[in-house]
Design a protein around this ligand. Structure first.
Ligand SMILES: Nc1nc2c(ncn2[C@@H]2O[C@H](COP(=O)(O)OP(=O)(O)O)[C@@H](O)[C@H]2O)c(=O)[nH]1
Ligand SMILES: [Mg+2]
Length: 475
């Protein structure tokens, strides 16, 4: 667990992608996260654990997973793997048993989710063919366009979009319109052509126009049937795709898992895209897919727009499920934007306890960029505990601007050492920033609480993180 990086939790680039990532995981795993936080916070209070406390913890973890619609074999496997480590002497004697159990559960969930992220395989003589399969309405057409955009942006690959869905009215038009709107090449539609002939035409067209990848969007039915499977097999043997990707709707939970197993058996799959991760699914599908199909989830669909596609990072998802805050991705996203030097300096300052108003000002500016307080807070560990409180609080974003004005009215000395700010200094700052001394006091108090919280977190204190008390002060 990247405890040592937690000092940077308040810095992020605030790109739309990171904002989406926050939203997704908050929704899809919310219930599971709340339950885990409850379980862990009661374990964390205990100075040591006996066997029956561990048993009770395991029972509650098992129930939380079942309630989240995680497939039974997956729940069994998880508990089977966690339990021997949790009842070990090491945990019972450990000075921070709660934290050690979190670590064990975290590691096992990462394993179940697939250890590491799984990239698209494009290692083929061009054009690399990607074939999307799945039921009607699962999001294939949308995902085809999203993948083309993703490949253009991240791999500098030019794609050709091809719809083989000749059954659903206007299905081919839907894909071509998406292509036109997003400046992605599409295969012109020839009326009444059979899927297999369209596929042949696509291969020819691609070799003429020199695209790197062809993304085939196939027809789905409302349920799995023989003729659909046969058609997919026939097309597959013609185009010989390097990736056969199942697009599955995460909202359907266990059903999505059963469908994935069927597809795996009949046409074989190389990857899964889980769509509607922005919906309020219970997360069971995400947790069950890799284990039950032995096929990695490669992406998550997180909305209807073309850019709403996230790479599936098992460790980050596990972090979020356990309510640990998505610390790793926050820090990574921040470092794309902030210069490394500055981050390092801020981290050092945090650790040494010399975090100043200057650092705080830098962070406020980052906060503004990343969607204000709420965006930042939702990434911090422990935050789902105070979610209700947050929703009711109506966090006032103008506070960020006010605080910025106050800090800008401080002298360099005052910023580096806020302790010296006495009443006469406050008067000067207040007239400089157009605020009153109560507002300045509030900022100073917040600053103190934040530095304390960060110091604790950077030392790996298991009781650290966001708490209702700290939140009250930050409002
Ligand atoms: N909220 C959300 N909607 C999605 C997502 N992916 C697809 N959709 C929507 O689901 C509907 C069906 O998608 P479509 O691509 O036509 O499914 P297809 O029948 O499998 O091709 C459309 O309204 C899409 O905008 C997603 O990740 N999140
Ligand atoms: Mg479609």
């Amino acid at each position: 667990m990247p405890l040592e990086t937690k000092g940077s939790t308040l810095v992020s680039d605030g790109s739309p992608a990171s904002a989406i990532f926050i939203g997704v995981n908050k929704i899809m795993f919310e219930n599971l996260t709340n339950k885990f936080e409850e379980i862990f916070s009661s374990l964390k209070k205990e100075p040591s654990l006996n066997d029956s406390q561990v048993d009770d913890g395991m029972r509650r973890i098992r129930q939380a997973l079942l309630d989240a619609d995680v497939a039974l074999p997956v729940v069994k496997k998880l508990i089977e793997n966690i339990k021997p480590q949790a009842v070990g002497q090491e945990i019972i004697r450990s000075t921070t048993p709660g934290q050690m159990i979190i670590k064990v559960v975290f590691d096992e969930i990462v394993k179940i989710l697939g250890d590491s992220k799984s990239d698209l395989n494009l290692n083929a003589v061009p054009p690399a063919c990607l074939m999307l399969v799945g039921l009607q309405g699962s999001g294939k057409t949308t995902t085809a366009a999203k993948l083309a955009k993703y490949l253009e942006k991240n791999n500098k690959k030019k794609s050709l979009l091809v719809s083989l869905d000749v059954y659903r009215p206007a299905a081919q038009e839907q894909l071509n319109i998406l292509g036109e709107k997003n400046l992605i090449q599409t295969l012109p539609i020839v009326k009444d052509q059979l899927p297999i002939d369209i596929a042949k035409r696509a291969l020819n067209a691609a070799s003429l126009s020199g695209v790197d990848t062809i993304i085939f969007d196939t027809a789905g039915r409302t349920q799995i049937d023989l003729s659909m499977m046969n058609e997919i097999k026939e097309i597959k043997s013609l185009i010989n795709p390097i990736e056969t990707i199942l697009v599955a709707d995460s909202l359907t939970g266990q059903v999505a898992v059963n469908i994935a197993q069927e597809f795996k058996k009949t046409v074989d799959l190389t990857g899964i895209v889980l769509t509607r991760a922005d919906g309020d699914g219970r997360g069971g599908a995400a947790l069950s897919m890799k284990f039950t199909t032995n096929t990695p989830i490669k992406f998550m669909g997180t909305g209807e727009k073309i850019e709403d596609l996230d790479v599936f990072y098992p460790d980050r998802i596990a972090n979020r499920i356990l309510g640990m805050g998505d610390v790793v991705s926050l820090v990574e996203k921040a470092s794309q934007d902030l210069d490394e030097e500055k981050i390092k300096k801020t981290e050092e300052n945090l650790k040494s306890g010399s975090f100043s108003m200057e650092d705080y000002l830098g962070q406020l500016r980052q906060m503004k960029k990343m969607g204000g307080m709420e965006g930042v807070l939702s990434m911090l560990p422990g935050v789902s505990k105070i979610k209700k409180q947050m929703d009711n609080a109506n966090i006032d974003e103008s506070i960020i601007r006010t605080n910025e004005a106050i800090i800008l009215s401080m002298t360099k000395d005052e910023r580096l050492n806020p302790k010296i700010i006495n009443n006469s200094r406050k008067k000067r700052i207040s007239s400089g920033s157009g605020t009153d001394s109560a507002t300045i006091n509030k900022l100073l108090k917040q600053f103190k609480m934040m530095t304390n919280m960060m110091k604790k977190m950077s030392k790996g204190d298991p009781q650290s993180g966001m708490s209702p008390e700290i939140f009250d002060q930050l409002k």
